[in-house]
Design a binder for this molecule. Sequence first.
Ligand code: NAG
Ligand code: NAG
Length: 259
Amino acid sequence: MSRRALPSRRAIDNGSIPLASSLQQKSRSSPFLTIGLVLVVAFLVIGYTYTGSGYDSEKDALNRGEGISCTAEVQRAIPILKKVYGDSMQKVLHVGPETCSVVSMLLKEEETEAWGVEPYDLEDADSSCRNLVKKGIVRVADIKFPLPYRPKSFSVVIVSDSLDYLSPKYLNKTLPDLARVSADGLVIFAGYPGQQRAKVSELSKFGRPAKLRSYSWWIRYFIQTGLEENQSASKKFEQVANKRSYRPNCQVFHLNSHS
Ligand SMILES: *[C@@H]1O[C@H](CO)[C@@H](O)[C@H](O)[C@H]1NC(C)=O
Ligand SMILES: *[C@@H]1O[C@H](CO)[C@@H](O)[C@H](O)[C@H]1NC(C)=O
């Protein structure tokens, strides 16, 4: 389920058995070797704990049996996006399920205005979320239809999860519309193929099961529909992410706004 946590867990599971047995055999012959091996084991365990700690949001989601949420990933990526888009992160629109969580987080940042579009329903919204809706900061809107905003209303538009539930026919309308309302870029968070997504019981909310598309599918799709990748933003995102050892659990694409 967890794409990144699993291989490291496996590496330790495989590694710990031979290590433990060699520990027993060699403990008679060399105490130094034993200490060395104990240190190696401790190091592996600490390493695993450390790697695991970065995926709290994902683990929380998994514990709730919800699968991976790219909206949670947006929250983790906000500091990186701020580095990449700089001043352009002052007027942000987030589109995706549980947008209130992202909008609230962005509003806590200095000099940042944020709005949200919730593509599904807000049945179980808490009071702070209902407050955002009352103020008109968060709207519920079907993203299959043009968004109720003028061109270039926002500097950066970030969309998570929702595109995974749209067929190409609707993607053809929705993606250019998201690019239309942005001025300095459109950032897409999409699931990786093979990831566990929302439960079957939530399908009525999304209308259809998620279709998780591969990296090459998306790139081909962008080319077909004339959407251009923002190469410099993609490169910068990768650089900043590497520097901070941040590995997104979702695919992240940076597209140009329509000029
Ligand atoms: C989406 O748009 C592209 C490019 O305009 C077109 O080639 C493709 O057939 C469209 N797909 C659908 C399902 O309408
Ligand atoms: C490309 O990304 C940079 C941030 O790295 C941004 O400032 C610029 O406006 C983007 N270009 C377009 C055309 O969206």
